[in-house]
Design a protein around this ligand. Structure first.
Ligand code: MF3
Ligand code: CO
Length: 254
């Protein structure tokens, strides 16, 4: 399903996006060496409840996961890149943490992810990997103008990742959002320009480049959800939800 919203819905979409951005920033500010992933999940649960928002994760039960997710935020550490299920783990200095959050506020889901280093003296190759996903995200957003096609976003994202020397996994990528989290169109993190669904005002899209340092192959953790690099290499992920408007793309989750 593809949902198209009216200009009158934009304030609700912006409120939802601002909420997600505020939670992610709030969690990043509070995380320090020793923070437990389960504490982060509690913080997210409290902030979602206090705002009157609805978690898109806790009851989520798609084909690619094992049973309802049962948590409020994804916490992917080091070799974990997507769908990281919070567990009893205290973060260490230098851990590369990705937070990914989607929730519905005022009836609209927005979805965003950030990667950052916990503690001090980050590894330069981690910073480069994170910065590459941010640049790929910016390029994807810039390509998301009305009249352009999904393939233009995929191509823009993929070009940045490839130029930086990364292999690209196309099993998981961006997606439409709306009243639910995962909608059509799917947005591969690599693709050919000029192909696919034509972007029009009112479309809400989550664009989400992610990479693993030396592989494109994922393995699923025994928890049935967390996706890790097959080689154990470190990983990064950046995601925003945007609205396509007559005036171009508007980032909702910043
Ligand atoms: N928000 C993730 C995405 O970017 C999906 C997480 S699904 C979960 O599309 F259930 F693992 F949380
Ligand atoms: Co997403």
């Amino acid at each position: 399903m593809i949902e198209i919203f009216s200009a009158a819905d934009l304030p609700r979409a912006k409120a939802s996006g601002r909420f997600i951005a505020t939670v992610l920033q709030g969690v990043q500010d509070r995380v320090k060496v020793g923070t437990n992933l389960l504490e982060i999940d509690q913080w997210a649960r409290e902030m979602i409840t206090d705002a009157g928002a609805r978690s898109s994760y806790v009851d989520y039960d798609p084909s690619f996961g094992d049973g309802p997710f049962g948590h409020y935020i994804c916490t992917s550490v080091n070799d974990a890149v997507l769908h990281g299920m919070p567990y009893d783990y205290a973060l260490k200095n230098g851990d590369l943490l990705t937070l990914d959050l989607a929730a519905s506020l005022q009836g609209i889901v927005t979805d965003a992810a950030i990667s950052f280093i916990v503690g001090e003296s980050p590894n330069p190759s981690d910073l480069r990997m994170i910065e590459t996903t941010q640049r790929a995200l910016e390029a994807g957003i810039a390509a998301a103008t009305p009249g352009a096609r999904i393939g233009d976003i995929s191509h823009a994202v993929g070009s940045v990742l490839t130029a930086a020397g990364f292999l690209i996994n196309t099993d998981f990528g961006g997606h439409g959002v709306g009243s639910t989290m995962h909608q059509d169109p799917h947005i591969s993190n690599n693709g050919r320009p000029g192909r696919g669904y034509k972007l029009r005002p009112g479309l809400l899209l989550a664009i989400e480049p992610w990479v693993m340092a030396d592989t494109a192959e994922l393995i699923t953790d025994p928890d049935g959800w967390t996706l890790r690099s097959a080689t154990g290499a470190r990983t990064a992920h950046s995601e925003h939800t945007i609205a396509i408007t007559d005036d171009g793309p508007v980032i909702l989750t910043s």
